[in-house]
Design a binder for this molecule. Sequence first.
Ligand code: NAD
Length: 355
Amino acid sequence: MFRIAVIPGDGIGIEVTSQAVRILKKASQILNEQFEFTELKAGGIAIDAYGKPLPEETLKAALASDAVLLGAVGGPKWDALPYEMKPEQALLGLRKGLELYANIRPVIMFDSLIDASSLKPEVVRGIDIVVVRELTGGLYYGRPAGIFEEGGTRRGVNTMTYTVPEIERIAHTAFKLANTRKKKVTSVDKANILHTSMLWREVVNKIHKRDYPGINLDHMYVDNASMQLIRNPKQFDVVLTENMFGDILSDEASMLTGSIGMLPSASIGEKHALYEPVHGSAPDIAGKGLANPIASILSAAMLLEYSLKQKELARKVFRAVETVLDSGYRTADIASADKHRLSTEEMGRRIENAL
Ligand code: NAD
């Protein structure tokens, strides 16, 4: 028995997650293994029900599960709430609570969607990059942080900080992943300016030399990396970077493929793992059946690969998505005039049938 905590969240999170669960139910039949799904609340929906974005029972049940599948949280209804009460606090709380230090975001170009990219076909055809982003350190968690009053002037403060063990464990994640791929890691930093980056580079070099000499490692400043991702994305295999740089670069990389509705992610720790689409709750299209469920379905495929070690079945889900796209079926975000437009649920069903 494999226990999956399902946290649909808000907006289109609810719609896309139900399609990912559909695929996981099919996967459980194929594997002839029982999956137990427990639905939990987090985000705006939890604020409405319990007065807080991450209720204790949600975190407790997530900790007790074998894997967590998340939709997305947030929406205009909760935007005016104070910082600690915002739906997005649920994400930070889950990452911290489950100790999910590595965020893995594959960026893969489907041949049939090349026209959906805003870049030239020859630049994007065949893109296959994985961004490995450190998720529980750096500027988003460093202390001191806050808005302080000093001599009548308000000052906003954040602190970027990394320890050697934090850098070491994420470097291992990236090198191990590269070992299963094209054996190339590009570590992105700002070591010409930032002390955290100087330490980052030193530690990445040390781990590389000691444990992974067979991997091709290079270093790139973050400003250059953001340029190179657009200029020549195919030069990258595994991109290793810290929290904030990874936040920005992974969204940039995601746009290479055309729609944010296509991109899955996994957040991994020593004991727990959480899978979620890269996109947010998309309030502009929520409840209309317009959302693309593929990012969530591919997140379910990552769950099969990383948590259940079912790499072959994960590949089959990927191929089922490819088959449906090759047959000309699209959701609105990736549609063109000559294609068949499907609702969120119709797309989920097609992929289930293809699987
Ligand atoms: P968003 O990702 O929700 O939407 C950006 C744009 O992409 C919108 O036009 C939306 O319609 C479109 N889009 C996103 N996912 C799509 C899909 N699956 N299919 C088709 N179109 C899709 O980002 P936003 O508008 O900046 O944020 C909306 C809310 O989501 C905010 O409250 C934000 O804080 C929250 N958010 C949550 C997460 C998360 O839960 N991990 C991530 C990002 C944003």
